[in-house]
Design a protein around this ligand. Sequence first.
Ligand code: MN
Length: 250
Amino acid sequence: MRILIANDDGYLAPGIAALVEAMRGLGEIDVIAPEQNASGTSNALTLNRPLSVFTAASGARVINGTPSDCVHVALTGLLPQRPDLVLSGINNGANMGDDTLYSGTVAAAMEGYLFGIPAIAFSQVDKGWAHLDAAARVARSVVERVLAEPPADGPWLLNVNIPNRPDADTLPRLVTRLGRRHASEPVIQQTNPRGEPIYWIGPAGDAREAGKGTDFHATASGCVSITPLQVDLTDHATLPSWRQRLEGGL
Ligand code: MN
């Protein structure tokens, strides 16, 4: 069993250290993580410059790129053997609903999934790393459960969000669908020292679709949320009507 662990908060983040520690004994672990915090970089690959790698004191391989770069480089040449599982996290903050489109944490796991390897992304719901040890126990337990009874047809991709509670590992686990968020808060405009306007991207919007069955609802109800993800963005439901509207007539 070989496990590749990445994240988007950077190789020094407490979350990845906790995840690595939690997986001890499950197999051979390779850690390949971004040098800088790369939260919100989604599935970006660095194509306009080369990537360099160094080995940190912890043994982690560190890449000056994105989370997807890390997993991509790992799987296409850096690792001598293909891992059996890709894990990402534990992220500093939730990745629920629309977050999953922007998340580097989810993207690192998704990169493994795109290469045909089962993958799991782990996030704590609140920022600040409170009760990270309990979240790490949840991660260990979820991995053990999945490995004990893996889906027959792989690969698969799970997105796990864990409430920041000391008893996180005793909370019920719900398999959920993604909710939706409201549009982001407005951009924050400031003035730089040269008198020019600068803009900070505003915070993510609050949950909009957060009904029963969603990741937002599960975590708000004191449960660990586990959402199986897929990558196909096709709007299958509207295919027929778009065909009618746009095909033919030439
Ligand atoms: Mn992050």
